[in-house]
Design a protein around this ligand. Structure first.
Ligand code: ADP
Length: 437
């Protein structure tokens, strides 16, 4: 290839010399040169034609050619071979990727930046009912139409997975998880978690049944204890009886919290939503909190600020439990004369309930585990306040059923801020006359 320009120039020179000599011989030097150069041009055009034809049928062997054109053809043939080998290698990789993705039990779906379906594996056909021929390029929310999926997809925050029944298979529960990649593209993974859900259901049923069964013997024990305590008993026995009664009450609270939690876990979404008048509900809990603070001899300053005309759509008993658990915790975990601020605000993102206290605070290592059942920051601290260890687990589950989220900020020794964030579609202007509290 390096010799090509010289060889080409040499050929041109020979043609020019020969045509000049012939032109001089016949007495037409310029015509001779024109003729010679025309022949040279025609030769070049023919070679270019050959190259073009060959490139168009790239799998054929390169055309025969002499001199520099031969070298060009050979070089191009070598490059072409290398490209063909690379293309084959890439095709093999794609085929292996398709084979391995077809073998996966989970459904994988690639969604482009315009929210349309781009590619999916075989399991997506089976679990989600996507049809390769008809559905490619269609908007994902036209095919996965469950409003809960649409809300999850549009929210754009995919930190937590979503659990839903399969749109095509009966008795199959899927867990959806979306991951963003590239420029606005998303990978949707749907996993069959039916077995896990069944196991979880068995566990929940066991806790619910066990708690239910514990109720009757506890009521009997409490009844007898009350009868004994009404009698004249020797002092040491009265003390023991009193302790037994306190522990029996504690067990009753535990059983009732366990049963409530089991009911919350039984379904992921509330079915019986009704308007809940926030002002009335929070004012009543504020009064209860003041009574609790007084009973504990703490004399807290508990303020309530409601900065919106919007109320909530939800399940009144569950929301009451959420707000009272958080407010009573603030009372219980703040030392004497604490300052507790309860707030309800609404902005373009939704409704926000918060309780801020200047109490004991929580070290950051505990924050992520705080909503686990029976997780205690400090065993001594909690049992002395009479909590069951289930309050925040109840809060988390009840909020989840309302499509809401709990956030916790805290500084050890300075205080805590517990906030509940409700989506816009749970807000409503409520007429106090017909609201539930
Ligand atoms: P408990 O019945 O023990 O209060 P919760 O689930 O309500 O159970 O709370 C879990 C733990 O979180 C509590 O044991 C307590 O240590 C901590 N906690 C909850 N709220 C507060 C708060 N406002 N300030 C400090 N610690 C808190």
């Amino acid at each position: 290839m390096q010799n090509s320009p010289h060889a080409s120039f040499g050929n041109l020179l020979i043609i020019v010399i020969v045509s000049a000599v012939l032109g001089l011989f016949f007495g037409y030097l310029s015509w001779g040169l024109v003729l010679g150069l025309s022949v040279w041009c025609i030769l070049q055009i023919r070679q270019t034609e050959k190259l073009r034809n060959w490139l168009h049928q790239s799998d054929t062997v390169p055309p025969e050619a002499q001199g520099p054109w031969g070298e060009i053809f050979d070089d191009l043939a070598r490059i072409q071979k290398r490209q063909q080998a690379k293309t084959k290698q890439l095709k093999d990789i794609i085929i292996r990727f398709q084979q391995s993705s077809s073998a996966l039990a989970d459904a994988f779906v690639i969604i482009d930046s315009h929210n349309n379906l781009e590619w999916w594996n075989l399991s997506a056909d089976r679990l989600l009912g996507l049809k390769a021929s008809a559905d490619r390029g269609k908007p994902v929310i036209n095919l996965l139409r469950d409003p809960r999926f649409i809300r999850y997809f549009r929210k754009g925050n995919y930190d937590d997975p979503l659990q839903l029944p399969s749109p095509v298979l009966n008795d199959t529960v899927l867990q959806y998880q979306i991951t963003e990649f590239g420029f606005g593209d998303r990978l949707l993974v749907a996993r069959d978690i039916t077995q896990l859900v069944r196991l979880e259901q068995t566990r929940q049923d066991f806790v619910a049944n066990a708690s239910h069964e514990l109720r009757t013997p506890l009521t009997v024990i409490r009844g007898y204890l009350e009868t004994f305590l009404d009698q004249e008993l020797p002092k040491p026995l009265t003390r023991a009886m009193n302790q037994m009664q306190t522990q029996a009450s504690r067990m009753e609270s535990l059983v009732s919290d366990l049963l409530f939690l089991s009911r919350l876990e039984a379904s992921q979404h509330i079915l019986d939503e009704s308007p809940v008048y926030i002002k009335e509900m929070l004012s009543s809990i504020q009064q209860d909190a003041l009574v609790l603070a007084r009973a504990q001899g703490k004399e807290h300053n508990i303020s309530l600020s409601i900065d919106s005309e919007y109320d909530l759509l939800g399940q009144a008993q569950e929301l009451h439990s959420v707000f009272s658990n958080l407010i009573f915790n603030a009372v219980r975990y703040s030392p004497l004369k604490g300052k507790i601020d309860i707030k309800w605000t609404v902005n373009q993102e939704g409704g926000h309930f918060s309780v801020q206290d200047n109490g004991l605070g929580i070290e950051s290592i505990h924050l992520s585990r705080l909503t686990e059942r029976f997780y205690r920051v400090d065993e001594g601290r909690s049992s002395s306040t009479g909590g069951t260890g289930l309050g925040l687990a109840i809060v988390k589950h009840a909020l989840y059923r309302h499509g809401a989220q709990l956030t916790i900020e805290s500084q050890f020794g300075k205080g805590s801020l517990f906030s509940c964030h409700f989506p816009l579609d749970m807000l409503e202007k409520v007429n106090s006359a017909n609201a539930a509290t």
